[in-house]
Design a binder for this molecule. Sequence first.
Ligand code: DI6
Ligand code: FE
Length: 400
Amino acid sequence: MDHARTRVLTGARLAVTPDPVTGLGAIVIDGETLAWAGPQAELPAQFADKETHDLEGRLVTPALIDCHTHLVHGGNRTREFEMRLEGASYEDIARAGGGIVSTVVATRDASEADLLADALPRLDALLAEGVSTVEIKSGYGLDIQTELSMLRVARALERERPVSIRTSFLGAHAIPPEYEGRADDYLDDVCLPALRAAHADGLADAVDGFCENIAFSAAQIERVFVEARSLGLPVKLHAEQLSHQGGTQLAARYHALSADHLEYADEADAKAMSEAGMVAVLLPGAFYFLQETKWPPVAALREHGVPMAVATDCNPGSSPLTSLLLAMNMACTLFRLTPDEALRAVTVNAAKALGLADRGVIAPGMRADLAIWNASAPAELAGRIGFNPLHQRIFRGRPC
Ligand code: DI6
Ligand code: FE
């Protein structure tokens, strides 16, 4: 199909539009962007003679956005899964030298070609469910070269598939064995130089960290944020996942895009996020897989008007999940989001979590990244488990 041509989709049920469209709607795609969207009866006459496709009542949403993943990594951690089923905790395993560090060993051992080949099937699983934008973090290299390799592989995925990739530098993810007990030296010798190198090579769109008792303190994360600020990069943070460390308040002081996980966050954290204009990224896959029982403060986030996003957190240790639809379902069943909140969580709010203003909503001027579903109502997306109702994905105006 000629991408420069103007095309009209009719017979659509539209979701995530600036004004709700009840009844059948239409969308006009002009090249790589949306030219018009609204009730079919109001389609402007100028588009009446354009190539038209009748979607026969199908639901159309913005293409989905997975705004928090560790999709690029070596190896797997199924042995640790077995250990946890036998009673070991995630923290016990990390303190015994497993956990993130075991994936660091496997990632350092892999070539960039290996990392790319391993990541592709995971990416394909996301794309098959209508995802068109994926955020991918470094953080399993923890040496300068491997951190850069991970980010290069993340960027390379964009050349392999019709997808938009956003990268986050996560050098402050764990302390590698060679720096055990010397977290600040690791920051000086490795993390901060790697961040500067990643920025110089155009490999980092944002900077992330893991603020936790098994990782970095808020004071240590602040050193990374100071560097990010001096480079002009936005920040975000894995905060209050396993315990309350004050990471969310720190992130708010640095006007972070988002704070992610948040199981141990409290009402004051929700208020700080609201005042700083942040997004709360909920990761129900990690909550489920670690059999966590403490809920993120969803009611307080709602009350303070903090936009909630949902992501897979796709990673080998705490959330080996490659289904954003299942993450939506879990956000509803485990965290009590409404199906409508779950859809906004993987479209408009996920775009905001990535600082992207050109996607996540069906409106004129937005990228023509759409998902067309064999469904008639948004609740059907979050309401199933293990069934994929995608009819077609449209990426930058092209069906794929
Ligand atoms: N929190 C997580 O859930 C992932 N990273 C993080 O900081 C887990 C990473 C892993 O266990 O490999
Ligand atoms: Fe994560």
